[in-house]
Design a protein around this ligand. Sequence first.
Ligand code: GLA
Length: 387
Amino acid sequence: MKKAVIDAFNKVFPDGGDVKTYFAPGRVNLIGEHTDYNGGHVFPCALTIGTYAAVSKRSDNKLRFYSVNIESAGVIETSLDELKPSDEAGWTNYPKGVVWAFEKRGMKLDTGFDMVIDGNIPNGSGLSSSASLEVLTGFILRDLYGFDVSNQDIALIGQYSENNYNGCNCGIMDQFASAMGKENNAIFLDTADLSYEYAPIVLKGAKIVIANTNKKHKLTDSQYNARRKMCEDALAILQKSVDIKGLGDLTPEEFEEHKALLTDPDMQKKAKHAVYENQRTIDAVKALKAGDLDEFGKLMRASHESLRDDYDVTGIELDTLAEEAWKIPGVIGSRMTGGGFGGCTVSIVKDEAVDNFIKTVGENYLKKLGYEATFYIVEIGGGPCAI
Ligand code: GLA
């Protein structure tokens, strides 16, 4: 990948100067979905797949971008004076948004840059290709321009740019997982205060398999922002009677005690998911630490069921993949991962069952949906780096 991105850079920008190369990972969330904007816990890990970049600083204020994955877009040229989101900017709204967000924090670039990217995260798969591009850009800006920011700052700046430049009101999970990733570890993050702990993922005799529905999703187009708003409205109602900062502050027992305050049944279901999913995430990490992978798998299933029945973000594609997976002997756990409405499931599958899992779930998905799902066996990788 490194050579490919450098070759592409030299071809597209033959006049480019000193070229440096970088990588930032995508992520998969093992459990804790739609909890990160509710002050709850998440448990994602960085992947060894992600986004690569070759970059060179310019002497003027131009910004030139090219993506090997979206060749048809060609070279997109703009400048530091034109940091405004636009449809024509396409994918470059992500790196431009990060430059804009650095400037908002008083870190102004003195010159522009040329950037070529090449990624191996399937686009729109819900494995955070956009967060990886944001973290990649933040890491590059720190390295090239000497800005004094930590990896955690890079995650927060990425989220800020996504919220305020790209219009998706996402939580911190994706950028945090990409910026703070650690090989063979998942990150148990409390989004209420950003305290976190690494938890080694030791899957003796099992693998993490991702299944892509191949249904494209785009969070800004979907009902993601609407879900978030409903949780905020539920919180405001509950706060009149309970002293909490987020739905993640409530235990399931406390929620049961106060849930009658939420008279809209749909709102009550959404809030219930946020509270119970947070508890499941805490319990899942406990089970993992105790070496109880079966319990972890059961909680993954309960998570999917809650996202399907209460939070209503799955759909026939994700449900088919998860429900077919649960039937296969040797599947420890399986659930949707990420925002939902398409994207991927994540499954923990015993080594000897992987082939049958891919074959059987794949066939049944094709039969039901009329097109194929794609499967990847993934590994947990580290955070962003120069390569
Ligand atoms: C998307 C968002 C995250 C998180 C998940 C759902 O991936 O970017 O912040 O809310 O959905 O858990």
